[in-house]
Design a protein around this ligand. Structure first.
Ligand code: ATP
Ligand code: MG
Length: 392
């Protein structure tokens, strides 16, 4: 029924001179999102609008689903595009549209005409009145409601005529690739995939790092993280994932440091290694799934202790979110079912019975001196042996 879509975008339209950069990124991301969808699509930009047109048969539902994942899109309007002709031609096209899209005619409507082509003999108001009257003549069960119409029938007269009345909400946000790059610390839990989704919704390109501890953590646990990265990449675009073998470092910390400080110290080394990869790849920040008070390692004091080792800014999009709100997002973006698969992660294995909730940074630093003999060498090795997986 529909062969093309009008793509509306919001925030980016206000970016003045930068608009072309944003539109370019949005078009590239739309192309990427549609590439696995059956069909051939042509994407074009014209006066603050983006159009997606299918060349022949295509997977309509697949295309809509793909478009609802492209950040920057505010709404997706399936439309009929017809050649511009005279008023009689327009009436006939509009009646055909209404008949095809609304088999049940017991609906209220209002016509919204925009006339970019000023050579058309009637003005917008006159076209609204004429089309409204002719629709009522043809379909007497319909009625006009100018205040709260069930159908908002848009008729745009440009080089061609666009007719649409359905608006499917897009995800909003900014096109990925327009706001820099960040390194996500991605675990197999519920929170960090959501954090990655949220930061990339602001237009940030993401890479990720996962710390595993074989044989304490299994190959399945790692696969789960790859799967999560793949789901997030439906929104964010391709993600480079570093998989770091953290076993030796963890055992060394376990051996040398007080057990109630294990989690904090471990987190500090995770941050340092993540920052190494972040800097090497020109990222401008780190991203975690932390939220104040969720667990002992996420009290304000613990966050302060973890943060202290970083020189890049650390972004924590979930910082003030309740778990339920985070779960709601993870369900919406489809990471939840994967996140709750019961594979151990490296934090749960080496976790102390009574972790410190108010770590003192000076004490933590002093404990870390016990690691001075081998830690640099171990970090170096962890970095050198990291496996790189390009996820898309
Ligand atoms: P998540 O649900 O994201 O695993 P969490 O509630 O389990 O979070 P923690 O285990 O304290 O919380 O981890 C806090 C944050 O630290 C995570 O959101 C993630 O960004 C990072 N992190 C924790 N473990 C790992 C890991 N093994 N690899 C990479 N990042 C990790
Ligand atoms: Mg976790």
């Amino acid at each position: 029924m529909f062969r093309s879509f009008l793509i509306k975008y919001g925030e980016i339209a206000i970016k003045g001179k930068n608009r072309h950069v944003f539109e370019g990124a949005l078009i590239r991301n739309i192309e990427h999102a549609l590439s696995p969808v059956e069909g051939e699509f042509e994407i074009s930009a014209e006066r603050g609008r983006i159009y997606v047109a299918a060349a022949g048969d295509f997977d309509y539902d697949g295309a809509v689903l793909a478009l609802t994942r492209v950040f920057g899109i505010v709404s997706i309007c399936p439309m009929r595009q017809v050649d511009a002709g005279d008023m009689e031609q327009l009436v006939s096209d509009v009646l055909t549209y209404v008949d095809a899209v609304y088999p049940d005619k017991r609906k209220s409507f209002k016509v919204f005409t925009k006339r970019a082509d000023k050579s058309f003999p009637l003005d917008s108001q006159e076209i609204n009145a004429e089309l409204g009257g002719r629709i009522l003549d043809a379909y007497p069960e319909m009625r006009v409601d100018v205040h709260q119409p069930e159908i908002r029938l848009h008729v745009e007269i440009r080089n061609r005529v666009n007719i649409y009345s359905k608006e499917i909400p897009g995800p909003g946000g900014m096109p990925v690739g327009t706001a820099g790059k960040a390194m996500l610390l991605l675990s197999g839990g519920i929170d960090s995939p959501v954090a990655g989704y949220m930061i990339s919704k602001r237009g940030v390109t993401i890479e990720a790092v996962y710390f595993h501890a074989p044989p304490y953590t299994s190959e399945r646990a790692k696969q789960k993280v790859v799967d999560l990265a793949r789901i997030v990449s439906r929104y964010s675009g391709p993600i480079r994932l570093y998989v770091v073998n953290f076993t030796d470092i963890q055992l060394y910390i376990y051996d040398k440091c007080p057990h109630d400080e294990l989690t904090i110290i471990m987190r500090r080394y995770m941050m340092k290694i993540a920052e190494y990869f972040a800097k090497a790849d020109d990222c401008q920040g780190l991203v975690t799934g932390e939220s104040i008070g969720q667990v002992a390692s996420q009290t304000m004091k613990s966050l302060m202790a973890t943060n202290e080792v970083c020189t890049l800014p650390v972004y924590r999009p979930l910082i003030a979110f309740d778990k339920n709100d985070i779960i709601a997002i993870s369900e919406k973006i489809d990471t939840y079912e994967t996140s709750i698969q019961p594979y151990e992660d490296c934090c749960t294995i080496f976790v102390a019975k009574h972790p410190v909730t108010k770590p003192n940074v000076n004490i933590i630093r002093r404990s870390e001196r016990n690691l001075s003999e081998k830690i640099d060498e171990m970090m170096e090795k962890a970095i050198q042996t990291a496996e790189i997986i390009e996820v898309s």
